[in-house]
Design a protein around this ligand. Structure first.
Ligand SMILES: [Zn+2]
Length: 182
């Protein structure tokens, strides 16, 4: 019982790690998003599976905005907010709930959005993705042994050691008891 709980815990932990790696993969490997604009307020939004952005400009004459992005697949599981200040020669990114992997770039009046690794969980997305990946890992670990046992039984071999079973109820090689039709 304790072993089972430990296995389940490790599986869920592994699912959470895969979930974060996938979300951060969308942050780092995702396409660069550019936006050309002049002064004034606007909202720029992209909603996609895996990665979404929303940039709200708060500039009236000043160029300043908040980038909120959502990452994760099959649904969004992590998000971050980044305040982007575009008034100086070099844009300044101030992330909350995120680590800047690649900074904002401003060339002429085109902003290339920063790439931010988010760490604010989105509920229930974070839990759903974690369980989704835990289930996949569980299948990956269990499937090869299951398939091998089925193949051996079909060929009339002991499922444990692959020795020919013949008619006996116990494997003569490894001593495993063979229950009919399993
Ligand atoms: Zn055997």
């Amino acid at each position: 019982m304790k072993r089972r709980l430990l296995k389940l815990g490790l599986l869920i932990l592994a699912g959470a790690i895969v979930n974060i790696v996938v979300a951060w993969g969308f942050s780092v490997l995702g396409v660069d998003v550019h936006q050309t604009f002049g002064p004034g307020s606007f909202v720029f939004e992209i909603r996609d599976p895996g990665a979404s952005w929303r940039f709200t400009s708060e500039g009236e004459g000043r160029l300043f905005g908040v980038l909120t992005d959502w990452r994760g697949w099959p649904i969004h599981s992590l998000s971050s907010d980044t305040h982007v200040d575009l008034n100086g020669a070099v844009p300044i990114d101030r992330p909350s709930f995120g680590i800047v992997a690649s900074k904002s770039q401003l060339a002429w009046s085109t902003l290339t959005f920063p790439k931010v690794l988010p760490f604010r969980p989105i509920w229930p997305g974070f839990a759903i993705n974690t369980l989704f990946y835990a289930a996949i890992l569980c299948l990956l670990f269990a499937a090869p042994a299951f398939v091998r046992r089925r193949i051996r039984l079909k060929r009339g071999l002991c499922p444990a050691c692959a020795y020919p079973i013949g008619a006996s109820e116990t494997c003569t090689e490894c001593g495993r008891r063979l229950i009919a039709n399993t």
